[in-house]
Write a protein that binds this ligand. Structure first.
Ligand SMILES: Nc1ncnc2c1ncn2[C@@H]1O[C@H](COP(=O)(O)OP(=O)(O)OP(=O)(O)O)[C@@H](O)[C@H]1O
Length: 587
């Protein structure tokens, strides 16, 4: 930049258009936001980037799989000379020098700062963020942008892992980098975090002898902090050569503003990257933790999957028990799918229909069996022949119908209403209940013989609050299905989900997440979005509240012990096994 201004260059597009290369980085691709938009086979939305540095222009692919050929050879990075042709996908482009008049205009104005440069640099940085360049590359764009905006002849990005740690030059523009790392100005800014402007180096004898000033023959310098990951501490060092106008106070302000904006953009990018990684990690976990539509990786759910795998192929009638919304119907369907039975799964909810309707639906009827029975009709028992009959809320089956049902399970035959001749059926019955059938038997509302027939084996579905992290996996799964703006949960929301007792179990969780996803406007859902603030918690039985509190307290203790369950158990005065039990992760 200190030498005579280079001749402006143009990029010649296939249709003859000439794009002036008047910013430090020019993007090429099929996306409308690119500087050079090329809609052609083999051109990716963001395909190539042209950079300008002290040596001139270079071209590089904008991402993986973006094919670029210079002089017939595939390249990852190649310098470009005027007259060079290169291929982006199937399209050939050419770099040429601008005509004399443009060059002389530029030379006449010879601007140290060009209008719109700041905006161009920011636009460049944001568009790079969108194509997910590695952070170091982004820092380089930021550093080059800063140098460009303030009209510096040289620029370095110097980083250190600690205030006293060794300094490293991560990237530079305009000069060999070694000089800056031992500079006292760099030390000063790295230690204090405050920017420094030296308007006239020669006025300060000590500074004038500083290695960078001597080696690079600098007349003025700006050093500004840049606080962004992945380097804990970094500074941008900008210099103008002896004889050039000194950096003004405005230049320092501009450099600071751009540095702050860069930091903001890069930290947003980091948050987004983290969120993406979190979502990808969870998606993989969800895939690995899914069994026949049930999601869960907790020991209790894994035990359930094993039980379903074992029982599925047997002819045993299964009673599925569990609180409301725990997934009993999903378990019944899993049992059917794992049964290998060729018939259908036919379901009926015994609590949802009046007695007469259940009777007709289940057992079918002959023509004229009752008023309105214009035609004969097979019932659900027959429809489930060769398959599975799922009787949901079996505890609500009216006593009068229980005898007929007993015949189905005991004799394997069904008699339609209005008929006398039984028909043979081969059904396996899976029933579900959220109330204890023993209790119903004791009260006299359920036949003991029917209970034993239906409960040849029992599968207990655990409540959601006893499934540890499963709540988060299911929450993420529901959120992903909604495909709204919200893509994850804040740390606090995750904690609130883990701590909530969920009396309505998975159904309650799913509806909370769905509602929050529809209403929320941010990328991360907060506890308030899920209505998991203190007051909104529903009243629950004391025993459940106690369990939930203990679980939350134990989790908090683990967090306070830096994640060590052993230390947390010791601090709480309980054994490790008890700690796991309180966490709902079994003995
Ligand atoms: N482990 C799970 N993973 C993902 N989704 C689940 C899981 N368990 C249940 N669900 C979903 O939660 C909802 C309620 O499940 P389901 O109807 O099977 O519960 P249920 O115990 O039969 O309820 P009820 O006692 O009210 O009949 C359904 O939308 C179901 O898909």
């Amino acid at each position: 930049m200190s030498s005579a201004p280079a001749m402006p260059q143009l990029l010649v597009l296939p249709d003859g258009r000439r794009l002036p290369l008047d910013k430090p980085v020019v993007s090429v691709g099929s996306d409308a936001t690119c500087d050079a938009v090329l809609v052609a086979p083999g051109v990716k939305p963001s395909h190539a980037l042209l950079f300008r540095d002290a040596r001139g222009w270079s071209v590089s692919p904008a991402g993986k799989g973006c094919d670029i050929k210079v002089r017939g050879r595939r390249v990852d990075l190649a310098p470009l000379e005027p007259g060079d042709r290169f291929r982006v996908g199937t399209v050939e482009l050419e770099l040429i020098e601008a005509v004399e008049s443009v060059a002389s205009d530029a030379a006449e104005v010879a601007p140290r700062r060009q209008d719109g440069r700041l905006v161009a640099v920011l636009a460049e940085l944001s568009s790079r963020l969108l194509v997910q360049r590695p952070p170091l590359e982004l820092l380089e764009v930021a550093m080059r942008g800063l140098a460009d905006v303030v009209g510096a002849d040289v620029g370095f990005l110097v980083a250190a892992d600690s205030r006293e740690g060794p300094r490293r030059v991560l990237c530079s523009t305009g000069a060999s980098p070694d000089a800056a790392v031992v500079d006292s100005l760099v030390d000063r800014v790295l230690t204090s975090g405050a920017p420094v402007r030296v308007a006239d180096v020669e006025a300060d004898a000590a500074l004038a002898r500083a290695p960078s000033m001597e080696a690079l023959r600098l007349g003025s310098a700006l050093v500004v902090p840049l606080r962004v990951e992945p380097v804990p501490l970094s500074v941008v060092y900008l210099g103008r050569r002896l004889g050039a106008p000194a950096f003004s106070a405005v230049a320092l302000e501009e450099a600071m503003a751009l540095s702050a904006l860069t930091a903001l953009l890069l930290s947003t990018r980091r948050e987004l990257t983290e969120l993406r990684a979190q979502v990808e990690g969870l998606t993989r976990r969800i895939e690995a933790a899914t069994f026949e539509g049930l999601i869960g990786e907790s020991p209790s759910m894994r035990a359930l999957y094993r039980q379903v795998e074992r029982l599925g192929p047997t002819p045993l009638n299964v009673l599925v028990t569990g609180e409301t919304g725990t997934g009993k119907e999903l378990v019944a369907r899993a049992l059917h799918r794992r049964s290998g039975r060729r018939g259908r799964l036919v379901a009926i909810n015994c609590a949802a229909l009046p007695e007469s309707l259940i009777e007709r639906e289940l057992f079918g009827h002959a023509r004229g069996a009752f008023t309105g029975a214009g035609t004969e009709r097979a019932g659900l028992v027959e429809a489930a022949d060769g398959g599975t009959l799922f009787l949901d809320e079996i505890g609500d089956m009216p006593l009068s119908l229980q005898t007929r049902l007993l015949r189905v399970v005991q004799e394997r035959e069904v008699t339609r209403l209005g008929e006398h001749q039984p028909r043979k059926v081969d059904v396996r019955v899976v029933s579900a209940t959220h109330v204890a059938l023993e209790e119903a038997v004791r009260r006299g509302t359920f036949r003991a013989d029917l209970r034993f027939r239906l409960e040849e084996v029992r599968v207990d579905v655990p409540p959601l609050r006893a499934r540890g992290e499963d709540v988060l996996l299911i929450a993420h799964h529901v959120l992903a299905q909604e495909a709204r703006k919200a893509r994850g949960f804040t740390q606090k929301a995750s904690e609130a989900l883990r701590g909530h007792p969920f009396p309505g179990n998975v159904r309650e969780l799913a509806s909370r997440v769905r509602r929050a996803a529809v209403l929320a406007t941010d990328e991360l859902l907060r506890p308030e979005d899920l209505e998991l603030g203190g007051d909104a918690a529903p009243m629950i039985p004391l025993e459940e509240a106690r369990e939930a509190f203990v679980q939350r307290y134990v989790r908090e203790a683990i967090a306070r012990c830096g994640g060590s369950k052993k230390d947390a158990a010791a601090a709480l005065g309980i054994g490790l096994r008890s700690l796991f039990r309180y966490l709902g992760e079994g003995d």
